[in-house]
Design a protein around this ligand. Structure first.
Ligand SMILES: [Zn+2]
Length: 68
């Protein structure tokens, strides 16, 4: 269950923008509210980008498959 830190800021600006705007918030139950303070890491072969919902400040997680 080791968590490997990754550098979100290494991604191309356009990609960062997509990840920051294409979100799903479990608290708001709404998509694309946006997130702030993104942190990227990898766990069990899955890449996660975790940030704060722009509306409610709750935790927002985006999962990515490495194949992309
Ligand atoms: Zn929210």
């Amino acid at each position: 269950m080791a968590r490997i830190e990754r550098d979100f800021s290494q991604r191309p600006a356009e990609e960062q923008q997509d990840f920051l705007t294409q979100t799903w918030c479990n608290d708001c139950m709404e998509a694309d509210l946006g997130m702030t303070a993104p942190q990227e890491f990898e766990q069990n072969g899955v890449v996660y980008i975790v940030g704060r919902c722009k509306r409610c400040g709750g935790e927002v997680t985006t999962e990515l498959s490495e194949e992309d």
